[in-house]
Design a protein. Structure first.
Length: 85
């Protein structure tokens, strides 16, 4: 489970050979969620303020997230993505 980014205590990861649609996993303390890259649909539970930061970060890095998704599907390593500042 490669870590792609970490900011404000939020950890963003993607799993190798994970199911479609393209998505990433978010951990924040005891909370976990799955967020689709295209639609931002959330599965799981995460505090609203954290989710707002994740969506802001996702909007800035959508192309990089999709590129990392494709890398994982092709058996390649992901590239780190800059955190939200």
């Amino acid at each position: 489970m490669p870590e792609i980014c970490r900011f404000f205590g939020i950890i963003i990861t993607m799993f190798v050979d994970d199911h479609n649609p393209p998505h990433f996993h978010v951990r924040y303390g005891d909370y976990q969620a799955i967020i689709t890259i295209e639609k931002g649909i959330v599965k799981g539970e995460i505090p609203g303020s954290v989710l707002k930061n994740v969506f802001c970060w996702m909007d800035l890095h959508k192309d990089e997230l999709m590129a990392n998704w494709m890398r994982l599907q092709n058996g390649e390593e992901v590239q780190k993505i800059n955190p939200l500042m």
